[in-house]
Design a protein around this ligand. Structure first.
Ligand SMILES: [Zn+2]
Length: 218
């Protein structure tokens, strides 16, 4: 037993839900999931290059913010730097879910930020789901591109020609945000495909939900 067992289990269980619900591949190892260890400069993160259902809780890596191994014999995800960059720049975030979910990825490929369309999304995720410019996976350039977008305090981002990022104050919230993101991305894509004008929320509603969001997520 270690101090990290519970959080490793939570990361592993979350990865399984994401695979079962087609946010990650069944046979591939795309995407990565992490959680900040409360009170430490450490995070718990899925390993690189393993299918999620082949993993046991002890295979989940614990590393520090300099990417030194604390626990686990497998290599951490190559996107560990991106997760660390988020934790270092967003003290409000304690869990990060990077997926290749379908409709968010469609919008990431056509480079379309998601405007304020639905009440719940505007409260839970934020005003606009922005697009992080493309860079190769695992590079400092991608980390910097992600960091450059974090100031809007949003809980989700599209990664150009890649996938999606969902953040939260805890894992349950980050997972819920991934699901909400797929919901709004699906609706937005289908609304665009209809050829009709897409109506955003009225500006007074956006302000109202922004205030609600501020009081909810300090
Ligand atoms: Zn990816």
């Amino acid at each position: 037993m270690s101090n990290y067992d519970k959080i490793k289990r939570e990361v592993l269980d979350s990865s399984h839900w994401l695979v079962e619900n087609e946010y990650l591949g069944q046979l591939t190892s795309g995407g990565n999931i992490s959680a900040r260890v409360p009170g430490e400069k450490n995070l718990v993160i899925t390993p690189s290059g393993r299918s999620y259902f082949s993993l046991k809780a002890n295979d989940i890596c614990v590393i520090d913010f300099d990417q030194n191994a604390i626990e686990g014999s497998l290599s951490p995800s190559i996107e560990a730097g991106m997760h660390i960059g988020i934790y270092q720049n967003r003290p409000d975030v304690n869990a990060v879910v990077h997926t290749h979910q379908t409709f968010a990825s469609v919008l990431a490929v056509i480079g379309k930020p998601i405007p304020a369309l639905l009440d719940e999304i505007t409260v839970e995720i934020g005003h606009v789901v922005d697009v992080v410019p493309y860079a190769y996976s695992g590079t400092a350039e991608l980390v910097n591109n992600v960091i450059s977008k974090l100031d809007n305090k949003c809980h989700c981002y599209l990664m150009q020609n890649h996938g999606a990022l969902s953040l939260g104050p805890d894992m349950q919230c980050a997972m819920k945000n991934a699901e909400l993101l797929e919901h709004v991305a699906t609706i937005y894509y289908r609304a665009l495909a209809s050829g009709e004008e897409v109506q955003e929320l009225p500006s007074a509603a956006i302000d109202y939900f922004a205030d609600m969001r501020k009081s909810r997520f300090k």
